[in-house]
Each structure stands twice: as structure tokens, then as C-alpha cells.
Design a protein around this ligand. Structure first.
Ligand SMILES: Cc1ncc(COP(=O)(O)O)c(C=O)c1O
Length: 413
């Protein structure tokens, strides 16, 4: 595993103090939370933003003339600017609030892809996609007669870029690709993928759910057409996320859902739609969630993303080395470029048993298919155990985790 970023330079003890839940005990043991790819914990500033919003500003947005509505609207639109800055979008009009990454990908499938696709057309994804970047495309292919094509991966969990190139053709109408794999940890060469697709005039959507919290993301530098991500994986609330889209592309798309706020005028004869980004935000949104999302990106923005990547990479290397010393452990996913995710299996031991024993030791990990059944099939395993790291995790926690895994081996091995 090669080091891909600079040495860590932030104070983990200080970071930990920002997260009240990290003081919890679980079965009488200090909580060691290593299920961050699933969802992250929330810093006090996010919790305070949510409480402050409900205590002082709660009202519906964009419609009333009273002061609270004005404040709620300001908080809602202010958060959009924070998200824009975080991903370096050109303008806030290109930042659509969604329910999360899944919702963003479904928006692209329904508003961008469905009206454009016809029989014979192809959508290209990779073998390491999360179900949310597979199923919406299968649904849209079923509706239009288009075909889903899949780029294979190597035994190490690296995308076959040669196959990617080979699969690109005049029939390819969209490439939709995971930036960082939630099941393998692989960081995909997204810049190369986008450049190669663009060379053929093919638009690219990126599933950034596992990248936005861990890597510096600059959508202008990437030049992708879409970038989808979820707040709850980046220290914000659940049920809220964002979809970045290039203005010209978003302008060319019909609305995803109809209702309040997304219209300019409605008569029974004709409805005209609101301007971006509101055209894609029908109904009363998750206003408090948006406020919490804004606080989360503000929290993250105080750190150098490179330092975060370096810290998490350091944890990954430590965890991988510790796991590989335990008899019967096999790490799944050994790409040279990995984010802080380590999936593993143990000879003759079901991952759920690993998860249960670790829980008794206070260690929270995820076990199962990680919403990536094709990846499990690719490696011939029904499930894996997965530890995933965040800014607040420490070497000591990895040691507790490794000791707990060794205990699993002693009990079952
Ligand atoms: C890579 C990836 N894509 C998409 C998703 C879906 O995110 P959400 O459930 O927040 O919509 C996840 C969640 O685990 C993920 O890891």
C-alpha cells in the first residue's frame, strides 16, 4: 500500500472532544466507532446548529413574509453557499439539495437519463458500485430498452481501466461511477475516467458518498457533469445530501418531482418551472437537515482535507498490518490507492459472529454485503466484516479493534 498524501497534522484529541457520542460506553467498554462508511458521528457544532434552528428560526422557507421565515430561508440558502464552497462548484444554482446520495443518483436517472435513452443505448458503471448506483440504472434501462454495462475489477479491487476504455462506445450515453468504494476502499482514478469519457463526448456522474468526507473534492477541476453525496457520511444529519450538476446540464433536464416551490406559475392549462436550483426541490425540504449539513461542511472545512486523508490512511495502514498478523484473516480489497476502509473475512467464521463479538468489546463495525452484492459475488464471499475510519479515530482504537478480532479467532478459530 503506498502512501498517497502528506503526514497528518491535526490534533485528534481535540477533534474527539468535538464529538459528544464518543464518550459513550458500550457493554461497559469505551465506544470504538469504526462504522463510519455507514454513517459518521456528529460534532457538537452540528447538534447545536440543529437545536438553534428549531429554538430560534423554525419556519417554512421561500414563502412567508415574517421574520422567522426570513431567518429560516437565510439559513437554508446560506448552507447552500457553504456546500458550494466545499466542493468548489461555480454557483449555488448548481447545488441541488437531495435526501442523500441515493436520491441524487435517482434524480439523474429519472430526469437526465430516462428522457434521453432509447433501445441500444448503454449506461456504464463499475463492478464495485453501491446498489444505489446500480438499481436506478437497471430501472431506467427497463423503462427505455437501454443496457447496463459493467467495468470489471481486478482481484485486488482495482478498476480495469483498459476494460473501461474498451467498453466506451458511441452507444454509451452516461458513465456513472463510484469515486471511493464503500466495500473495498478503492479510490478510483476518477480524473482519468472523466477525461476518457469526455474525449468521446460522454457525460459522467460520480457517486461521491465515500469521497466527499475523506478527500478534497473540486467539481470544477474534475469537470464531471454530476457529483452526488450524503451529509450523514460527512458528520451531518441523515436524510439530506446534495447533487452537484453543471448548470447547462441541469437547465436541459425536466424537473424530478412536481409540487410547491419548484414552480414559477401554475394554471390548469400550463405550469412553468422555477429557476435552478429550486426547479429540483419540490415541496417543503428538510430545512433543519440542510442547516445541519451546512454546519457539517463548515466543521470539515476548518481542516486541510489532505491532512484528513493522511490521518485516515495512516489508520488504514495500521489496521491492515494488524489484521494481517491474525491467523485466518483475509483482507478483501488491496488496491494501491485506498481510503480508510478495510473489509475482511475470517476462515470458517461468519462475519456476523465477528461483528457480535466486537460489539461486546465496544467496537462498532459493519458486517454484511455493504449494499454491494456484486462485489461479494466477485470475491465469492456471502458478506464481509468492515472497519471504516474517520477523523476522530486513533491508533489506540485500532489496537482495541485488532485485539477484539484476535479474540474472535481464539473463540472460533
Ligand atoms: C458509495 C456509496 N454510494 C451511495 C450510498 C448511498 O448513500 P445514502 O444511503 O446516504 O443515500 C452509500 C451509502 O453507504 C455509499 O457508500
Amino acid at each position: 500500500m503506498t502512501s498517497i498524501v502528506k503526514a497528518p497534522s491535526f490534533d485528534v484529541a481535540r477533534v474527539r472532544a468535538d464529538f459528544p457520542i464518543l464518550r459513550e460506553t458500550v457493554h461497559g467498554k469505551p465506544l470504538v466507532y469504526l462504522d463510519n462508511a455507514n454513517t459518521t458521528q456528529k460534532p457538537a457544532s452540528v447538534l447545536e446548529a440543529l437545536t438553534h434552528y428549531y429554538e430560534h428560526d423554525n419556519a417554512n422557507i421561500h414563502r412567508a413574509t415574517h421574520l422567522l421565515s426570513e431567518r429560516a430561508t437565510k439559513a437554508y440558502e446560506g448552507a447552500r453557499e457553504k456546500v458550494r464552497r466545499f466542493i468548489n462548484a461555480r454557483e449555488t444554482a448548481e447545488v441541488i439539495y437531495t435526501r442523500g446520495c441515493t436520491d441524487g443518483l435517482n434524480l439523474i436517472a429519472n430526469s437526465f437519463a430516462r428522457p434521453r435513452l432509447k433501445p441500444g443505448d448503454e449506461i456504464l458503471v463499475s463492478w464495485m458500485e453501491h446498489h444505489s448506483n446500480i438499481v436506478p440504472w437497471q430501472m431506467v434501462c427497463e423503462q427505455t430498452g437501454a443496457t447496463l454495462k459493467v467495468v470489471p475489477i481486478t482481484d485486488d479491487g482495482v478498476l480495469r481501466i483498459d476494460e473501461f476504455e474498451r467498453l466506451l462506445s458511441d452507444r454509451t450515453k452516461l458513465v456513472s461511477i463510484i469515486h471511493v468504494s464503500n466495500s473495498l476502499g478503492t479510490i478510483n482514478p476518477i480524473e482519468t475516467i472523466i477525461a476518457q469519457a469526455h474525449a468521446r463526448g460522454i457525460p459522467v456522474a460520480v457517486d461521491g458518498a465515500q469521497a466527499a468526507p475523506h478527500l478534497a473534492v473540486d467539481v470544477q477541476a474534475l469537470d464531471c457533469e454530476f457529483y452526488a453525496f450524503s451529509a450523514h457520511k460527512m458528520y451531518g444529519p441523515t436524510g439530506i445530501g446534495a447533487l452537484y450538476g453543471k448548470r447547462a446540464v441541469l437547465e436541459s433536464m425536466p424537473p424530478y418531482q412536481g409540487g410547491g416551490d419548484m414552480i414559477a406559475s401554475v394554471t390548469f392549462e400550463k405550469t412553468t418551472y422555477n429557476v435552478l436550483p429550486h426547479k429540483f426541490e419540490a415541496g417543503t425540504p428538510n430545512i433543519a437537515g440542510v442547516v445541519g449539513f451546512g454546519a457539517a461542511v463548515e466543521y470539515l472545512a476548518q481542516f486541510d482535507m489532505e491532512a484528513i486523508s493522511a490521518h485516515e490512511h495512516d489508520l488504514l495502514v495500521h489496521a491492515t498490518e494488524a489484521l494481517e498478523k491474525i491467523a485466518g484473516v483475509r483482507v478483501i480489497g488491496k488496491a494501491p490507492r485506498k481510503a480508510g476502509v478495510v473489509s475482511f473475512v475470517m476462515d470458517g467464521i461468519h462475519p456476523h459472529d465477528i461483528g457480535t463479538i466486537l460489539d461486546r468489546e465496544g467496537v462498532a463495525i459493519r458486517t454484511g454485503q455493504h449494499c454491494a452484492q456484486p462485489v461479494m459475488d466477485r470475491y465469492g464471499v456471502p458478506a464481509t466484516a468492515r472497519a471504516s475510519f474517520a477523523i476522530y479515530n486513533t491508533h489506540d482504537e485500532i489496537d482495541v479493534f485488532a485485539r477484539a478480532v484476535a479474540k474472535v479467532h481464539e473463540l472460533f478459530g
